[in-house]
Design a binder for this molecule. Sequence first.
Ligand SMILES: Nc1ncnc2c1ncn2[C@@H]1O[C@H](COP(=O)(O)OP(=O)(O)OP(=O)(O)O)[C@@H](O)[C@H]1O
Ligand SMILES: [Mg+2]
Length: 141
Amino acid sequence: MKGETFHIETIEELTPVIQSLKKLCSAHSIFIVDGEMGAGKTTLISKVCLALGIKDKPSSPTYSIVNTYFSDEFGEINHFDFYRLEDENEAMESGLDEPFYNGSICFIEWAEKIQNILPEKVVNVKIEVLENNHRKINITL
Ligand SMILES: Nc1ncnc2c1ncn2[C@@H]1O[C@H](COP(=O)(O)OP(=O)(O)OP(=O)(O)O)[C@@H](O)[C@H]1O
Ligand SMILES: [Mg+2]
């Protein structure tokens, strides 16, 4: 398995992580972003969306489950937060899984809620909170 590990001490130090994820967006479309509550999943995804050139201001999809953005360079970009979802059926009934298969870029928080309908080929981004609010971020392909 290929990958990269970053040690982050402040939000500003997320920049190389953001650049790395942006590069991966040329060849990959599904990104699972894991980490405990408050680990910084939404923060990282929002910053990556900005780096990808989305036209709207990013916000958390906590209540909407998905926020969809558009960038001239990368096309449709979806930011999912499945925390409030009951199960896979609910996602499929609402057609929420469609962007997984239409080539658009998807960043997914709380993917364990829909693990049975996730595509096979995904990039995993794992955020761990360490002492002193430092973070370890692992990207695996
Ligand atoms: N790399 C970082 N360094 C320091 N603080 C951070 C970092 N990333 C996020 N934070 C702070 O942590 C808090 C929670 O961030 P965020 O909402 O992104 O977490 P989350 O993982 O999406 O949480 P949830 O599980 O509730 O969706 C925010 O106040 C944010 O500013
Ligand atoms: Mg979040």
